[in-house]
Design a protein. Structure first.
Length: 209
């Protein structure tokens, strides 16, 4: 059937109106602005009615931590870590080694002790190491990182509840919020990050595209 020109334009306008209505249903109000040092709370995402859209938005908020230098420096896709806010190549040159603890003769613990040593600018944690190659995130999009995080083959063999506990409670993960002098802390707090991760899991753990 052929529609008069005016009728065809009306169909287009109605389609656009329906699309706008769907978008408004998914997100009733814009998310509140926060400073670069803060994370939006889980409650800020309650305006997103569509559960999958809310789940993706929650992970995008988590991405503000995941894509920070505090996380990416220890999640390279090569055997070479990076360091500092500018993510320069680690000096001295190191290699991942078995278990991510460094190669023989240059173990991470040679320089990195149980705590930060601010006079020398050396970060520290009792479990200081590089993430496994399977958890390499550098140069990946947030959606690609999410796909690795939800896959037990590339997240250390964790189911989603164990993954949330790891993000919320692991001491080495928590270092990102206590990085020592000269480094920018990850946004928010580890508790807030863990709360976002839990809400993301409960809404289906959907990944952004």
């Amino acid at each position: 059937m052929r529609y008069p020109r005016a009728s065809a334009q009306l169909v287009v306008l109605l389609g656009a109106a329906l699309l706008l209505t769907a978008c408004m249903a998914a997100r009733i109000a814009p998310l509140p602005d926060v400073s670069a040092s803060m994370l939006r709370p889980v409650s800020a995402f309650a305006t997103i009615n569509d559960q999958q859209a809310r789940s993706r938005a929650l992970f995008e908020e988590m991405g503000r931590v995941i894509l920070s230098p505090r996380c990416l420096n220890c999640h390279p896709r090569t055997d070479q870590a990076t360091q500092g806010d500018r993510m320069i190549v680690h000096r001295p040159m190191i290699s991942r080694g078995p278990g991510g603890f460094g190669a023989a003769g240059m173990h991470c613990a040679t320089c990195h002790h149980a705590d930060n040593f601010d006079p020398a600018g050396v970060p520290g944690d009792p479990a200081w190491r590089m993430a496994p190659v399977a958890m390499g995130w550098q140069q990946l999009s947030l959606g690609q990182i999410c796909s690795r995080i939800v896959d037990s083959r590339t997240n250390g063999g964790r189911g989603l509840p164990a993954l949330v506990r790891h993000l919320r409670e692991d001491h080495l993960v928590g270092w990102a919020w206590h990085p020592g002098a000269g480094r920018t802390s990850a946004p928010g707090t580890q508790q807030e990050f863990g709360d976002l991760a839990n809400a993301w899991m409960l809404t289906g753990a959907h990944c952004p595209s």
